[in-house]
Design a protein around this ligand. Structure first.
Ligand code: ZN
Length: 268
């Protein structure tokens, strides 16, 4: 075999591993910082970075009730425009439990999205908020995944792990494993996954060492950080096996999605 053909064989293997960015915002503008990102812009970002797919969810919205509904519709339209590139998650406000349960039903059953982004700091609720169990019960019924904003006083890790243990069948991704001992949370709740968005390399390496690479999910938080920057960060982690990086960069998310029922989440 020539070195040229060996090289292209390695290239084929690498291309067959799905790269999925697990944390992106589409729609907007955001309530606070007025950022926005269209479906076409994120697909361009994926192409630049050589990434196959992105998990997308809404920005923060001035009106969490009606505003999230139209933002969730926008996510569904984006997925319909780019079905092989975008994986849609919706957003709700659990401080209005009845409205949130109805919207979760719509997100899973009507819009056929794959999961939910919950933001304790933005919507001002704690993990023990009395509205959350009803919302998560509906999430569980519909077989959805949850991404929780973490790294704020609204998401203390012991309470997050307690909540995860109450709903062991829901994969819960802590979006930012920084500013809180989310590694300990993951150790005490096997359905907790740790996101790498805005997380420094040293902390990602510590997490891999303590809980293994299979529960770490790469995510850029685009448009705040580019998809390309996130891929370079994970690929540059010193001392990790290539297989660990492949798991973090997409295979872990692909496995979680494969285990869900929603047809649009199937990873080809
Ligand atoms: Zn984010």
């Amino acid at each position: 075999m020539t070195s040229g053909s060996r090289k292209s064989e390695v290239g084929d293997i690498l291309r067959s591993l799905p790269l999925i960015d697990g944390h992106n915002h589409v729609g907007g503008p955001d309530l606070i910082d007025h950022k926005a990102q269209s479906a076409a812009e994120i697909v361009r970002g994926l192409d630049v970075a050589g990434v196959n797919k992105a998990v997308i969810f809404p920005f923060n919205n001035p009106d969490p009730t009606e505003g999230f509904k139209s933002a969730n519709n926008y996510i569904a339209e984006a997925v319909a425009d780019f079905p092989s590139r975008l994986i849609g998650f919706g957003r709700v406000d659990p401080t209005d439990p009845a409205g949130a349960v109805r919207e979760v039903e719509r997100i899973g059953a009507d819009l056929n999205l794959a999961g939910l982004k919950l933001h304790p700091r933005a919507q001002k609720f704690m993990p023990d908020h009395p509205g959350l169990p009803a919302v998560l019960k509906k999430v569980s019924e519909l077989d959805l995944i949850v991404v929780f904003d973490s790294g704020s006083a609204y998401a203390p890790w012991p309470e997050m792990s307690e909540l995860a243990n109450k709903f062991p069948d829901i994969p819960m991704i802590m979006a930012h494993m920084r500013q809180g001992d989310y590694i300990s949370a993951a150790k005490s709740a096997p359905n907790i996954y740790l996101g790498t968005a805005k997380v420094p390399p040293e902390l990602i390496l510590k997490a891999v060492k303590e809980i293994g690479a299979l529960r770490i999910i790469s995510g850029s938080d685009s448009p705040y950080v580019s998809i390309e920057t996130e891929v370079i960060k994970i690929r540059s982690l010193n001392g990790l096996y290539g297989s660990d990086k492949s798991n973090i960069l997409g295979l872990n998310m692909a496995r979680i999605l494969r285990d869900r029922n929603s047809a649009q989440t199937r990873v080809s």
